[in-house]
Ligand binder design. Structure first.
Ligand code: ATP
Ligand SMILES: Cc1cn([C@H]2C[C@H](O)[C@@H](COP(=O)(O)O)O2)c(=O)[nH]c1=O
Length: 211
């Protein structure tokens, strides 16, 4: 019987997911909990290798191949890292998961949500997070953060057009509206500490703390 929780961070490029995932993992560890901090695509040697294939601009995957590669990476990650951690009773804090495939591969292209979820059922036994934080912020604020972090560099998916990323953002919002029990919307504007406080307020009750 697992006592750990599976927490995911979702949202568009550069909105602060990795930062907030790390801050949440730190505060959970400080309370003596076992925590796996991980990311997608990636989190295992095999999935990190697939990440390189997916993000390298030299490859021209079509939408279906791309969705299958994300599902294969997730399958390895779930079966070799996430599921074992949850079975140990650890908390899992993951930077992106299935909702990114639903938003980017289905929302951003012509694949259906059902197709993405079928791949997830085959690859990862349809594992879903307990809580998903969807971070959002003004495009200009995020662009400034990304420019400071990456300069002009983008990867194969991050470098797609503004209309593509707008479709992704709209799909994230739709997913959150369809599943309000699981999703927590987080205003990601303000300092890292202010955003962390918003995240912590939603998690603290799960630990019997006020938040
Ligand atoms: N609240 C914040 N205020 C200012 N800068 C921030 C804030 N949160 C994160 N950053 C900075 O913005 C950049 C992007 O943050 P981060 O890497 O956490 O975003 P991300 O959503 O994980 O990005 P990606 O989608 O590329 O993985 C980093 O340089 C980070 O230090
Ligand atoms: C898990 C997942 C990710 N992506 C995209 C989103 C980003 O552009 C890249 C890498 O993610 P990072 O947070 O910037 O490190 O991959 C995707 O399209 N589908 C997915 O399932």
């Amino acid at each position: 019987m697992s006592s750990g929780r599976f927490i995911t961070f979702e949202g568009g490029e550069g909105v602060g997911k990795s930062t907030q995932a790390r801050m949440l993992a730190d505060i959970l560890r400080a309370r003596g909990l076992g925590v796996l901090l991980t990311r997608e695509p990636g989190g295992t040697p095999g999935a990190e290798a697939i990440r390189t294939l997916l993000l390298d601009k030299q490859y021209d995957w079509d939408a279906r191949a791309e969705a299958l590669l994300f599902a294969a990476a997730r399958s390895d990650h779930v079966n070799h890292a996430i599921r074992p951690a949850l079975d140990r009773g650890d908390w899992v804090v993951c930077d992106r998961f299935i909702d990114s495939s639903r938003a980017y591969q289905a929302g951003g292209s012509d694949l259906s949500d059902d197709a993405i979820l079928s791949m997830h059922t085959i690859g990862s036994h349809a594992l879903m997070p307990d809580v998903t934080f969807l971070l959002y912020a003004e495009t200009d604020d995020v662009a400034a953060r990304l420019a400071a972090r990456d300069g002009d560099e983008t990867d194969r998916i991050g470098g797609r057009s503004a209309p593509y990323h707008a479709r992704v953002a709209a799909r994230f919002r739709d997913l959150a509206a369809m599943d309000p029990e699981r999703f927590v919307l987080i205003d990601a504007s303000g300092t890292m500490d202010i955003v962390h406080e918003r995240v912590w307020r939603a998690i603290a009750p799960l630990l019997g703390e006020g938040g």
